[in-house]
Design a protein around this ligand. Sequence first.
Ligand code: SF4
Ligand code: SF4
Length: 312
Amino acid sequence: MLEKNPEYYIENFKNKYFTNDGKNRAFVNFNGFKTLWFNTGTLCNIKCKNCYIESSPKNDALVYIKFEEVKKYLDEIESSEKIETVGLTGGEPFMNPEIIKIISECLRRNFDVLVLTNAMRPMMRHNFSLIDLNKKYSNKLCIRVSLDSFDSQTHDFHRGQNSWNKALLGLLWLSDNNFNLKLASRKFSAEHENDIRESFKFLFEEFKIKLDAFSNDDLIIFPEMTDHPFSPEVSTECWDKVKIKPNELMCSNSRMVVKKKNANEPNVQACTLIPYDSDFNLGKTLKKSKKKVFLNHRFCSQFCVLGGSKCT
Ligand code: SF4
Ligand code: SF4
């Protein structure tokens, strides 16, 4: 139920510094790097209904980032930043033609590397290279597979026919080959987290997948991310009224490098959730990107600060 009529919300998120009702917009200061993400490109082998970045086999709004472009940022980290983890996300990262070179270079420079994947054919095409990398750097490379549900029908409803079977095969291959592995799933509105974990426990036992369903580290369950056009805004006054603190948000400790279509070079976005919006483009270098971020996007409100709740 909306608090105000729909026309009111259309004017939301227009001014970077003030909310629609004239209050100071909430912002998040940068507190130092935890993870630097690279978006490897938005192309994906599938098109999921709930993909917040709208990846698909056709969406190349973020083009494949090149090895040389990644290297420039790794050089910048080595010369002036302290970052332990490099994250690679897409789209489907294993579709990037230089992904193995990119992963190898990050590992060679001693970063922990986290790769997010749907574990389908694009990943399996690199099976030999991945096994080599895992032998050489097993404690540094982590692969996080997304499986929307323990239930194949629910997963296939969101990700397309037969996608659950293919993802499960990839997951089994990773587990059998002793990769440092994590699974990301979702909690749809009617479900309870404990029930989801119980069901995953059966799945892991049945297929001998080396994951603990009750470990938050092994199995990450994300809330459903349903984009809603009528979102309330977040003012600085809200921080006292919500559970989350600014320094718990991703934009306080992480950034994502993207290469936009037709851009000459990559730029740094405030977080992985807002890859396109120019208001969240923080410049070309990591040094310049360490600015405060004004929460002038409905995702800030919906996914990070308010969820389904209100500030009042
Ligand atoms: S697999 Fe991931 S990146 Fe690809 S469409 Fe689905 S949610 Fe988006
Ligand atoms: S969506 Fe907004 S609040 Fe959330 S991490 Fe990104 S910039 Fe920060």
